[in-house]
Ligand binder design. Structure first.
Ligand code: SF4
Length: 352
């Protein structure tokens, strides 16, 4: 049975989440707010995003303000939110949007912008511009798998789930309120049809849900077993000068943590480093103290870093090769979460 869009929208009208990027009922959504929040929410929870979103809007109230900002400032503000390619694409996208005088309003045109993939294009098109399309995120996949009792595991079931999710839009009631319908699906998945214990008794779609009728809702969607995450090891060096600055270098613009700042260090490899091996890669010969080890989980590997610390008796330009970086204030650096952990180990936590 096709679920009733009007039942979902009635529920949404009473139970919608209040989110800082969401327009109030009856108000036009701001495409800049929708885009910014959707980019931040990729791979990140609502709870983690709210403070960053508000900070960005305070610094850059419009897309033109964001486009005019230096990339380093944007990366600094983004530091800690992870997946840093998003911040670089965010800045590039803001420039393109600013040049063309605003966001495009179709899925096809949105897809031509940096950092906007299939899901985000559909989310912006539906929420900001009222295009009748269904954006399929993890929440919508879960709801769709359960409504149809699709037992094939993710990720192979993804095309089928997308096809079934698109059918939800066949209801003319959904097509009349595409912005609300998309957000209602997100809210249903986030608050009722939750991953572990779906609250089926309060669900507006309970009577048309096959997984609920069969008593298998909590088991869906099935997932293929994950491969074990590989482990990598590295060592990084915290070097202070006598002006209270630390040695920092900027990573290459592409690749993992691109354009972010870091303490100089070794490669990250699959075998642990001994102290002797690691210290060959130190920026200078001095008395290095081993401060301990941090663990950081990336999507594709787990990283263990040993942190060494030393103080120079003189100020910068102490004959240290520029490939190790320059002495700077940690408070102004664009430090990713993994580097903040290294500094926390040595009580040099920068303000974010
Ligand atoms: S009835 Fe339960 S499983 Fe089905 S859509 Fe609603 S909350 Fe999800």
């Amino acid at each position: 049975m096709t679920p009733d869009a009007s039942a979902l929208l009635r529920w949404y009208d009473h139970h919608r989440r209040i989110l800082p990027w969401r327009s109030l009922p009856g108000h036009r959504p701001d495409p800049y707010a929708v885009w910014l929040s959707e980019i931040m929410l990729q791979q990140t929870t609502v709870k983690a995003v709210i403070a960053y979103y508000e900070r960005f809007l305070t610094h850059y109230p419009t897309v033109q303000d964001l486009a005019a900002a230096p990339l380093e400032d944007v990366l600094h503000l983004w530091a800690g939110l992870g997946y840093y390619a998003r911040a670089r694409n965010l800045h590039a996208c803001a420039k393109r949007v600013s040049e063309r005088g605003g966001f495009p309003d179709t899925v096809a045109e949105l897809l031509t912008l940096p950092g906007i993939g299939a899901y985000t294009a559909r989310a912006i098109a539906a929420i900001a511009f009222g295009r009748p399309v269904v954006p399929v995120d993890g929440n919508v996949e879960r709801v769709t798998a359960r409504l149809n009792a699709i037992e094939d595991p993710l990720p192979t079931s993804r095309p089928l789930l997308a096809k079934q999710a698109a059918l939800l839009n066949d209801d003319p009631v959904a097509q009349n309120r595409p912005s609300d319908f998309a957000q209602a699906l997100f809210d249903l998945g986030a608050t009722i049809c939750t991953p572990r214990s779906p609250a089926c008794l309060t669900c507006p779609w309970q009577t048309s849900c096959i997984a609920h009728a069969r008593g298998i809702a909590a088991q869906l969607p099935a997932k293929q077993p994950r491969q074990a995450r590989p482990i990598r090891y590295g060592a990084h060096f915290l070097l202070h000068d006598n002006d209270g600055q630390i040695l920092l270098r900027t990573r290459p613009p592409t690749g993992l943590l691109g354009s972010m700042d870091e303490l100089p260090g070794t490669d990250w490899r699959s075998t642990p480093w001994t102290d002797e091996e690691a210290l060959i890669h130190a920026p200078c010969l001095t008395h290095w103290m081993r401060r301990g080890e941090i663990r950081h989980v990336f999507t594709h590997f787990t990283l263990y870093l040993t942190v060494y610390e030393a103080c120079l008796p003189q100020s910068h330009n102490a004959g240290i090769d520029s490939s190790f970086g320059t002495f700077r204030s940690a408070k102004r650096a664009a430090l990713p979460g993994v580097m903040k952990k290294c500094l926390a180990l040595t009580r040099q936590t920068p303000e974010t």
